[in-house]
Design a binder for this molecule. Structure first.
Ligand code: GLA
Length: 448
């Protein structure tokens, strides 16, 4: 993690003339597999990155959010009373939307001064937006003693994105940021909300997950993500099911008359199957076995769901030719990053991708290591905060950091409600809602 609490706290001091009450970190995520399945009530398998967003924060007494970002400038000054969707636009809509959603849910959240710093590339498909939302959500929850489970905090952060920002995203990114644990991926059932930690240690298998930031930027606000979501809903209606999660066999999607909708549905159903197959492989200790699943998922996103982009196709193909066991685009698509399952010595993979880019005259891509890392947490607590200059009564500083006693001291009071991983056999027995997946979608040829 290149971000430090000290840097954010230092900037807070410079801008606000006081120490922050604390500093919180929320990571970005990589989704191992299961793309565009979350809003179809399906399964996803993300893990947290060691990069993310820090928020240095203090309460204010005036019901105003003063939000500054080292990346986006500012300040944005947002009065909370009367705040409505549409009331804030641009980058400040993410943090302001979180405060709005928490207050809408009846949580005791008031004003705050926030300084936000990030080491996640924006628009790279690594959930920089959700990391902002989640850092602000845990900061506000902790500052105001809002005792809210992390699953609910994830839902509120998602509501901020859906309603204040206007992107109809699923629940994956916020859940990953808030619920993931180091050394694990998170199997999330997006219908029940149940989450299960799945041990994921590529290094122990002599492997690593490499992120290739393709350099092409995406924006989920441009309408194409929303269009895919609408197509999935139409496909489910055509099949007479509440959601595509309810379809077990990818072959069933051929019954949809509209060929575009049939392909969209085939991607979702087959990627759900790939998530469950990936979990079984990890349970059996077969990390290398993920390679073909990553390859198939990319082909499906490229050919059936049509959310890939030229740099992703070239990077995924070149990575595999350079020795990756499998590679695929991650996130919503139309720009962003590719992940590749690579040998621990990945020099040949990087060289192959660089060469493929150079051959097309493209600027070189950026590579990021992606060790499965910890979820959102407080990283600095200033135990005796001085009175905040903007407090209505500066002689009365907050008495305790954790308003409800010592239980929260030293760690956030909100805790992940994840299950523990079970053996594939046990889990298969208990997976009453699972589809019985048919054959994977026809593997498509790699891009040239
Ligand atoms: C974006 C959304 C997620 C999910 C992915 C695609 O990251 O925020 O909810 O739909 O795209 O899997």
């Amino acid at each position: 993690m290149s971000l430090t609490a000290g840097q954010a706290a230092g900037r807070f001091r410079t801008w606000h003339g006081a120490e922050p009450e604390g500093v919180w970190h929320a990571p970005g995520r990589v989704n191992l597999i299961g793309e565009h399945t979350d809003y179809n009530n399906g399964w996803v398998l993300p893990f947290a990155l060691d990069r993310g967003v820090v928020a240095a924060a203090s309460r204010r007494g005036d019901d105003v959010l003063d939000i500054r970002s080292l990346q986006s400038g500012g300040p944005a000054v947002v009065p909370l009373p009367g705040l409505r969707p549409g009331g804030v636009t641009g980058w400040a809509a993410y943090p302001a939307g979180v405060a709005w959603a928490m207050r809408e849910a009846g949580l005791p959240v008031g004003g705050a001064s926030l300084v936000i710093d990030s080491d996640l590339p924006q628009g790279a498909g690594l959930s920089s937006s959700a990391a902002i939302e989640c850092a602000v959500a845990i900061a506000l929850a902790d500052l105001y003693g809002a005792d809210v489970p992390r699953t609910e905090l994830a839902a509120l952060a998602r509501r901020a994105e859906n309603e204040m920002v206007g992107v109809p995203s699923g629940i994956m990114d916020q859940s990953a940021s808030l619920l993931c644990e180091a050394g694990h991926a998170l199997l999330l059932d997006c219908r029940s909300g149940q989450s299960t930690r799945v041990p994921f240690d590529p290094a122990a298998a002599g492997l690593a997950l490499l992120v290739v930031d393709t350099g092409a930027r995406h924006a989920l606000t441009d309408g194409r993500y929303a269009q895919r979501r609408a197509e999935c809903e139409q496909a489910a209606r055509a099949l007479g099911v509440p959601s595509l999660r309810d379809v077990a066999d990818p072959a069933r999607t051929a019954a949809i008359g509209d060929p575009v909708l049939a392909r969209r549905a085939r991607h979702v159903v087959s990627d759900n199957c790939r998530v469950l197959a990936a979990v079984d492989l990890l349970g059996a200790g077969d990390v290398a076995g993920l390679g073909p699943l990553l390859h198939d998922s990319h082909a499906s996103l490229r050919d059936d769901f049509e959310v890939s982009w030229p740099q992703a196709d070239v990077a995924a193909d070149a990575a595999e030719r350079g020795g990756a066991l499998g590679a695929r685009m991650v996130g919503g698509g139309f720009g962003g990053s590719v992940i590749a399952l690579v040998p621990a010595d990945d020099a040949a993979v990087r060289a192959a991708v660089r060469a493929a880019y150079a051959g097309r005259g493209w600027a070189p891509p950026t590579f990021l290591d992606a060790p499965p890392s910890a979820g959102a947490r407080r990283i600095l607590l200033i135990l005796t905060p001085p009175p905040h200059p903007s407090s209505p009564d500066p002689t009365t500083p907050p008495k305790t950091f954790w308003p409800r006693g010592s239980r929260g001291r030293g760690r956030p009071r909100t805790r992940a409600r994840s299950g523990t991983w079970q053996s594939p056999r046990t889990r298969r027995r208990s997976r009453a809602n699972s589809p019985i997946c048919g054959a994977p979608s026809t593997p498509s040829p790699r891009s040239a």
